[in-house]
Ligand binder design. Structure first.
Ligand code: GDP
Ligand code: CA
Length: 317
């Protein structure tokens, strides 16, 4: 089976581990969110691509869900000793090496997709990991606080402010002029099924869908999503702050409606959300908590089974 999964960071990566276990003989292409990417200390950092790469490659800090296992922070401490900003973004010594290699290759003219492939040659994630675009796009958030009304980088809102200041607007800067990375549209076109893991529907999945051409390609396929919201709350993280910013309620029903039946054909929700329904979408209620590798494998298997039952040929003309 040929599977395409969109993915953000932690939630996406955890799910993908289960997907690999559920479909060991499948060809899995992951289209990763790069809207969270940021340049720090002159280095290009791609948090979501790295989280997927480290998680599937066995290098992730399991407790944290991001960053490297067995990490040290000497470089960060030394930078802080010079008073260099920002100090709110956690970068470990091992992680720094990844960003140095990436930045060196980007500076030499390689596109991000080739850089990602080169990094994955070391990590062997067992999936084909593609950035959503080789073009630089960045998610910015409009906030208004004591410092006035301004647009800040998503990471500053998410990591430094912990999404404590309400977002008035969330926008992917550069989206209109961006193109899908090489291989992205072909992978979607050739896929038997497209999966939306429980990633942030606004700043992960929603961001990927904003790259011109991706949404249209995905709409042609059988798509099954796993709700990131259980019983009116995000399972972990602050996805509710992103949903509120775009005027969407934090519920499995509202996220399904946000995606819509043009996009999604099947939707896995928690048992407590079994009342969720939308015309044209097959909703299945089951356990969707990724609290162990085995539970996660079963969620992924259920998503694939639902997709298979819906037929892997496009349902819409
Ligand atoms: P990302 O969007 O993939 O970068 O990942 P995050 O870790 O920020 O999480 C995205 C979403 O996944 C959040 O809305 C969480 O509530 C949701 N989530 C996290 N863990 C689980 C889980 O075990 N099950 C389900 N269904 N959703 C989860
Ligand atoms: Ca993310």
């Amino acid at each position: 089976m040929r599977i395409v999964s969109l993915a953000g960071g932690i939630g996406g990566a955890r799910f993908l581990r289960g997907l690999k276990a559920a479909a060991p003989d499948s060809e899995i292409t992951v289209i990763g969110n790069t809207g969270d990417d940021i340049t720090l200390f002159g280095l290009r950092v791609c948090p979501d691509l790295d989280t997927v790469m480290y998680t599937l490659g066995g290098g992730i800090n399991e407790e944290q869900g991001w960053g490297r296992a067995d990490e040290h922070h000497t470089v960060k401490e030394e930078l802080a000793a010079y008073g260099v900003e920002p100090q709110w973004f956690g970068l470990g010594d091992r992680d720094f090496a990844t960003h140095i290699v990436r930045t060196q290759m980007l500076s030499a003219g390689y596109p991000l997709s080739q850089v990602t492939e080169a990094l994955c040659a070391r990590w062997q994630p067992g999936v084909r990991l593609l950035p959503m675009s080789d073009d630089r796009t960045e998610t910015h958030v409009v906030v208004a606080d004591a410092d006035g009304r301004r647009a800040i980088h998503f990471q500053e809102w998410w990591v430094r402010l912990r999404a404590s200041v309400p977002a008035e607007q969330i926008a992917l800067v550069g989206a209109e002029d961006a193109s899908p990375a090489p291989g992205v549209l072909d992978a979607i076109h050739n896929a038997d099924v497209v999966i939306f893991p429980p990633s942030n529907p606004v700043v992960s999945i929603g961001t990927i869908l904003q790259i011109p051409g991706i949404r249209e390609a995905v709409e042609e396929k059988t798509v099954v999503g796993v709700s990131p919201i259980i019983g009116g709350a995000p399972v972990r993280g602050m996805a509710d702050a992103c949903l509120t910013a775009i005027g969407v309620e934090t519920s499995a029903q509202a996220v399904l409606e946000l995606y819509g039946s043009h996009l999604v054909d099947g939707w896995l929700v928690a048992e407590e959300d079994k009342g969720v329904a939308l015309d044209g979408v097959a909703v299945e209620a089951r356990r969707i908590l990724m609290d162990s590798p085995e539970a996660t494998r079963e969620i992924a298997a259920a998503a694939l089974a639902l997709a298979t039952s819906l037929g892997s040929t496009p349902r819409r003309a």
